[in-house]
Design a binder for this molecule. Structure first.
Ligand code: FAD
Length: 491
């Protein structure tokens, strides 16, 4: 009997750094490494046929340049502005890196970022009182100095006409508005940042799925296959796992003790979208509101003006959905492949502590399109269903971590994991996401590349002066805002 020889795996040239995943996180890190160490060979490997097809794609996220101006879920206590302040200062760093690249002519801001006032609109006594106290707290911080507040329906009608037209008179309403908000097409930005990698001699290989990561004497061996099943292999000194929802699975493959006990809970999302110019022309900016009781923090509803490929849209959502896929283009079995004997009790404990979330997800799954649309009408009373289509957005793999006291906790933020020998790292979790990509990667460069960091620090500090800022006083905020707005062509 004849035996078939296994097909030899195509050998890709050795790399200094491999970035697994073609989303905003890998692209941001790749852009920084290409500028800092141009002689390094950087290889990005993306499973789908194009970059930014998962969470970083423009219709898979809301495109909010998160600055803490409008996201009410960052500030459940109206007297504590620490989290919005942290997000605002992180977005200053992100904007500074983009502005630096724009000044150098490496990226084209007009294609991915637009000024878009960030607003909150709330109704009823309880939420109006909350918003007024939130505004009082934030306006004491220079990071939010330009934030406006109003309870006057005529003023709010000027800021957000769609929110006021057709609303029953007598209902108390309040709004805040910050003119420095932005809308960002993170998909376009991912492609532009990846161009920086290839312009420096790196490669962006699409249509190739990484299957395994194994340690070698001088780094890592990565193997995988393309859509036709043909295998590939490459060796690299370092790996960054920027595989979004699939990152935990790959870090488990790499046998990283740092992720022992970790699990992920997938939560999907959907948005309503319209491109009817009669509707889109009537709303400017991003208008956030209060989440329903029991809703996960990332389900705060918002009506957003979006700018994608030169066209204007309105987007409303997100509506939470549930699927066991870890990626929008993944498999239903993906979630189960992350289960291990050491994380089962962790995820079970986190589930039991978040029964209101589970109930909310079930309610959302059962909600008819009409019921979903009623939520949009709460924001935009005259909305017509005929103008809107429902889109499936990105999957978020919420991180669940072991906890000594509570056994397992559902974590809202992201976590950067770096192996003890610093040769492999990865990003887990979902929020606040793309807007904080630059501070996340600064942290990775500092902790993950200790031999290079001293040389890199001064180059980075010239590009991103905010990385050495300890106090965001009024003068620092004004200077950073003006400099980045100028380079990014923002108001
Ligand atoms: C509904 C929703 C709304 C959001 N809104 C905002 C917002 O308004 N503002 C904001 O800043 N952030 C927002 N986010 C978060 C933001 O989108 C994400 O944090 C960010 O896009 C994550 O980028 P990433 O590069 O880590 O992952 P992704 O963009 O998901 O990229 C990961 C890539 O890895 C690839 N991949 C996976 N497995 C493999 C493998 N084995 N081999 C090769 N490739 C692989 C995938 O195909 C994918 O392209 C939102 C997210 C969601 C889901």
């Amino acid at each position: 009997m004849k035996t078939r020889k296994p097909t030899p795996k195509a050998r890709i040239a050795d790399a200094d750094v491999v970035l697994i995943g073609g989303g905003i996180m890998s692209a941001t890190l790749g852009s920084m490494l290409s500028v800092l160490q141009p002689e390094w060979r950087i290889v990005m490997i993306e499973k789908t046929d194009a970059l930014a097809t998962e969470s970083s794609g423009p219709w898979n996220n809301a495109g909010t340049g998160h600055s803490g101006y409008c996201e009410l879920n960052y500030m459940p206590d109206p007297d504590n502005g620490a989290k919005p302040a942290s997000i605002a200062s992180q977005f200053h760093l992100t904007r500074q890196w983009w502005a630096h690249l724009a000044r150098e002519g490496r990226i084209e801001p007009a294609k991915f970022i637009h000024s878009s006032p960030h607003m909150d609109v709330v109704f009823g006594d309880r939420d109006v009182d909350y918003l007024r106290r939130r505004h009082q707290t934030l306006s004491r911080d220079p990071l939010f100095a330009e934030m406006q507040y109003s309870e006057d329906p005529a003023q709010i009608a000027q800021w957000a006409p769609l929110a006021v037209q057709g609303r029953a008179t007598g209902e108390r309403i309040a709004a805040t508005r910050h003119v420095r908000g932005t809308d960002v097409d993170f998909g376009e930005l991912t492609r532009q940042l990846t161009n920086i990698i290839t312009e420096h001699g790196g490669e962006a290989l699409t249509g190739r799925e990484v299957g395994t990561l194994s340690r070698a004497s001088d780094g890592w061996v990565i193997t995988g296959h393309d859509h036709a099943g043909a295998g590939f292999t490459l060796r690299t000194k370092r790996v960054f796992v920027g595989a979004g929802g699939f990152a935990l699975r790959l870090l488990q493959h790499a046998k990283l003790p740092e992720v022992r006990g970790y699990a992920v809970l997938p939560v999907g999302a959907a948005f309503y979208r319209t491109d009817n110019p009669q509707v889109t022309s009537q709303h400017d900016g991003k208008m956030y509101g209060q989440a329903e009781i029991g809703a996960p923090p990332m389900s705060v509803p918002h009506l957003d003006k979006r700018y994608v490929d030169g066209k204007e849209y309105l987007l409303f959502g997100p509506y939470a959905t549930f699927s066991t896929k870890l990626l929008k283009h993944g498999k239903l079995s993906d979630f189960f492949t992350t289960l291990r004997w050491h994380n089962l009790h962790v995820i079970a404990a986190a589930g039991l502590q978040n029964l209101s979330l589970v109930r909310y997800l079930i309610g959302q799954l059962a909600a008819s399109p009409e019921k979903k649309f009623a939520q949009l009408r709460r924001f935009f009373p005259k909305a017509d269903l005929a103008d809107w289509e429902l889109l499936e957005a990105g999957q978020r793999a919420q991180l669940v971590k072991p906890d000594r006291r509570r056994i397992g906790v559902l974590q809202q933020g992201t976590e950067l994991v770096i192996s003890a020998d610093t040769t492999v790292s990865g990003l887990l979790g979902a929020s606040p996401g793309a807007s904080t990509a630059v501070p996340i990667m600064l942290d990775l460069l500092q902790r993950g590349f200790p031999e290079q960091w001293d040389a890199w620090r001064s180059v980075l500090a010239d590009a991103i002066p905010g990385m050495t800022t300890t106090t965001w006083d009024a003068a620092t905020v004004a200077e950073s805002t003006a400099r980045t707005a100028d380079a990014l062509h923002l108001d």
